[in-house]
Design a protein around this ligand. Structure first.
Ligand code: BG6
Length: 327
């Protein structure tokens, strides 16, 4: 298991550039409405306009059939293939209309996790069209990097009347996907928000998955009116409708029996909580963009800062990161 210090350094190294770019440029650039095609000479990148701008996708291509596809709607990672093997679940009934959140992949939850009195459940970041701040670019290591940004606009202000700059940097490595997140507060008031990466892992059968790292953690059980419990098991298994917010979880979780029977390592920095969710049969029926037979094929293990809000004073930045690694 990575030590706290090494993960911290990794996160800071990774986020540093993003923060610099963010601070230098973010407040002068308006959000562009349309996206052109951009391909680098080494073939590491492409921006593809689909039927409508709402469904534009950006592809990070590392070679060897290792790719990451990001839909600018929500900057949602909709595919992560390692040696041609898809790692993420997207529902067959997912709707790509540029309005609703995409059911699967990795939607970004911000500035509100869960129901929200002034806006939609899980906030607006997953239903906004994001800016491609930096098209995919091959790094000297062979890895491929891209950066996305969401600024406040009329739509976000109608729900949450604050200025903000949210930057999302992805790096695709051979068997890893790195996520660096920065939220900058350029305004005069302190921001209070929650944040989460709602990762849907693809699995052959969720009943055979085990998730490590929760032992001793308290959790809010949303299937039992938010009652607080303590986890006594070494590994969490899922055999029913599960919707739990594990608090103060360690920096690393391992999920067993993901695609091809492999393990997935999740490392996280500054994302203190881990949500575990599977709707199971009955709840699946209530989700319009999800097939009821699909529930065995996903497990959501979601790194976030949700059981208490992030408090961000004026002129400061919140930084967080996640690394997913196919083992
Ligand atoms: C999880 C929440 O993160 O997301 C659940 O803990 C929720 O309560 C689930 O049902 C899916 O949310 P949505 O809004 O995408 O249907």
């Amino acid at each position: 298991m990575a030590s706290r210090t090494s993960l911290f350094c990794l996160a800071w190294l990774g986020v540093g550039t993003a923060v610099l770019v963010l601070l230098l440029t973010s407040h002068t650039q308006p959000q562009r409405r349309e996206k052109g095609r951009a391909e680098s000479a080494d073939g590491s990148s492409s921006v593809v306009e689909m039927a409508a701008p709402a469904t534009s996708v950006v592809v990070l291509d590392r070679g060897n059939n290792t790719t990451c596809t990001v839909n600018l709607h929500g900057a949602t990672v909709v595919s992560w293939r390692v040696n041609n093997q898809e790692q993420l679940f997207v529902s067959k009934q997912a709707i790509f209309d540029g309005k609703r959140a995409i059911r699967g992949g990795i939607p970004i939850v911000f500035p509100q996790f869960g129901p929200w009195s002034t806006g939609p459940q899980h906030g607006f970041a997953r239903i906004c069209r994001w800016e491609l701040k930096k098209p995919p670019e091959r790094l000297p290591t062979g890895d491929v990097e891209a950066m996305f940004q969401l600024l406040d606009n009329e739509f976000t202000r109608s729900m949450w009347n604050y200025p903000f700059s949210l930057t999302y940097r992805l790096i695709l490595r051979e068997k890893e996907l790195h996520f660096n997140i920065s939220v900058y507060n350029p305004g005069a008031e302190t921001l209070s928000f929650t944040f989460l990466l709602h990762t849907y892992f693809k699995v052959p059968d969720v009943r055979r998955c085990q998730i490590t790292g929760m032992r001793g953690c308290t959790y809010i059980d949303k299937t039992r009116e938010g009652t607080l419990y303590q986890e006594h098991r070494d590994v969490v298994t899922i055999n029913e409708w599960t919707d739990r917010i594990y608090q103060n979880t360690p920096l690393e979780h391992i999920i067993t029996n993901v695609v091809s029977g492999r393990k997935m390592r999740m490392q996280k920095y500054n994302l203190v909580d881990t949500v575990v969710w599977n709707p199971w049969i009955e709840k699946a029926k209530e989700i319009p963009d999800f097939g009821e037979e699909e529930f065995p094929n996903l497990v959501c293990v979601e790194a976030g800062h949700v059981s208490s809000p992030v408090i961000l004073p004026p002129g400061t930045v919140f930084e967080a990161s996640q690394i997913l690694q196919v083992m």
